[in-house]
Design a protein around this ligand. Structure first.
Ligand SMILES: [Zn+2]
Length: 516
């Protein structure tokens, strides 16, 4: 009986003006915390989708195998309506079969290297002296026209990482963020600094296009053997790149390698001093044109309220990753944590009024293609402008991307009506350092395509730690940088938001200024 009584205790927070009142079920929050903190499965999930199946490059067999494992795992928890939902049929996958890069003269050096995604392999083993040239410059390449067959080109640029936010947010930074009234504050917490309009136009040039012509086509026509650049990340860390030729029928660019900054700069300094360097390298890659690999993963805890169950509370993030590391932080952590949210709520036997839907996207790293595909199918077709059913049914989308470190609060993207609601939901987590609601914009990931249609869609404020120097899109995006306790507390916070969003009387308020 005592337990039954506990369920009925509702903790109300009355806002200052008394107009808004948000219920927080503190008994349920306690049960969420105990399940999340004491019976967690989140690290095991992360290890599977990162160490065992990762990295999960879009369109690759690894992505698809990870998706199949995830489907089975969700079903084993009793999550319902688990299914794949394709978003494009014109994309191709890519995979590395083997490669090596070595300096063999005047001294032996085994080089830490990584190929760019969607490049062709070499024609067997290539041995040669690198030519220092800015191979991204149309002008510089024209001067060497006709002389590049079979050559290895090496960038002269010694790259350094620009200043990025790192470490834990200070109390002062969080306090400042709370009081910012402009969503597009340049001094905000978020590093990516991209509003929806900027995302739409951020790639004005097509792949390989330079001011003069298509550099990648030129390198291919010349018969260049391979090109090499130095990394711009932390020492020994490789920043992966993708040649943006991921559509079926696109050209297959020549092999591109990134090598460690230190080994690259050593060789540039040697060449400047007339040392004769000989490199030996090879690369084998494989392309895949399996349309079933381009799939989002969807799963549900169905709503139970006769009137509200058609409405949706979405939670998720992108499931794909770069081909470097194992995709543990970007976005294995977001995927594993939001899967854990579903497990926790299902295990507790909650009966949400609205349907809670997990959405794990593909092809985020190619320009939010998985979430855009979902929008086109179910929310609003971008080409025809036709509104679809879910435009009015999605109450809110909680996206989790951008590193997997401690959640410190949430970005509202300028939605002022939602501030008191989120402040209430965060209250039980103040003691864990999660208490900031900021009007600031958060950019660069899948919530933006929902926000662009004024569907409430949000990203979490997370401590950066070493994410921007070491982890993002690098060879060091690995499980070793992810703390298990962080995933547990993040899962509890998100489960609390998702549950209450699914239970409240009204849908989440949309932004007033741009209401349609
Ligand atoms: Zn990401």
């Amino acid at each position: 009986m005592a337990a039954r009584l506990g369920l009925l205790i509702i903790f109300s927070i009355v806002s200052l003006n008394g107009l808004a009142q948000e219920n927080v079920d503190i008994d349920l929050v306690a049960r969420i915390k105990e399940e999340a903190f004491q019976r967690s499965q989140v690290m095991d999930t992360l290890v599977y989708i990162s160490d065992v199946y990762g990295p999960r490059l879009t369109g690759s067999p690894a992505y698809y195998e990870a998706a199949q494992w995830t489907k089975q795992r969700l079903e084993s928890w009793g999550i319902e309506n688990v299914h794949f939902d394709s978003y494009r049929d014109d994309l191709r996958g890519w995979e590395i079969e083997s490669y090596s890069v070595e300096m063999i003269e005047p001294r032996y050096m085994n080089i830490t290297a990584l190929p760019d995604a969607w490049t062709a392999g070499t024609d067997g083993e290539v041995i040669g002296e690198p030519i220092i040239v800015d191979y991204t410059s149309w002008g510089a390449l024209q001067e060497l026209k006709g002389q590049l067959h079979g050559k290895i080109l090496m960038s002269p640029e010694i790259r350094t990482q620009g200043r990025r936010r790192e470490g834990v947010f200070t109390d002062q930074e969080l306090k400042n963020a709370k009081s910012h009234i402009n969503p597009n504050n340049r001094d905000g917490l978020d590093n990516s600094d991209l509003g929806p309009a900027e995302v739409r136009s951020r790639r004005r040039r097509g792949p390989g296009e330079s001011e003069g012509g298509n550099v990648e086509q030129f390198l291919l026509d010349e018969g260049v053997a391979a090109v090499i650049r130095g990394s711009g990340k932390a020492p020994g860390t490789l920043d992966a790149n993708q040649q943006r030729f991921s559509k079926i029928g696109d050209m297959k660019p020549v092999p591109h390698f990134v090598i460690s900054k230190e080994q690259h700069s050593r060789m540039v300094r040697m060449i400047e001093r007339d040392a004769k360097i000989t490199l030996r390298l090879h690369l084998k890659t494989k392309f895949y044109t399996n349309p079933e690999y381009s799939t989002n993963i969807i799963a549900e805890i169905p709503g139970t309220d006769r009137k509200l169950k058609k409405q949706l509370v979405l939670v998720g993030g992108h499931f794909d990753s770069y081909h470097s590391g194992t995709g543990a932080s970007d976005n294995g952590a977001g995927s594993a944590t939001t899967m854990e949210v579903m497990r926790i709520l299902k295990t507790l036997g909650v009966e949400p009024r609205r349907t809670i839907r997990l959405v794990l996207w593909g092809s985020e790293e190619q320009g939010l293609l998985g979430s855009r595909g979902y929008i086109n199918k179910y929310v609003r077709d971008a080409r025809s402008g036709e509104d679809k059913e879910e435009l009015s049914l999605i109450s809110v989308y909680f996206n989790h991307d951008n590193n997997g470190h401690n959640i410190r609060g949430i970005y509202t993207l300028g939605n002022e009506a939602i501030r008191p609601i989120f402040e209430s939901y965060l209250e039980p987590f103040h003691y864990l350092g999660a208490e900031t609601v900021t009007a600031e914009h958060a950019g660069g990931t899948d919530h933006l395509v929902f926000d662009a249609l004024n569907i409430p869609a949000f990203e979490w404020i997370q401590d950066p730690l070493q994410y921007f120097y070491t982890q993002i899109h690098t060879s060091m995006d690995v499980v070793d940088f992810i703390a298990e306790d962080t995933l547990k507390r993040n899962a509890a916070i998100i489960a609390t938001f998702v549950y209450h969003a699914a239970m409240r009387d009204e849908m989440m308020p949309r932004k007033k200024a741009i209401e349609r």
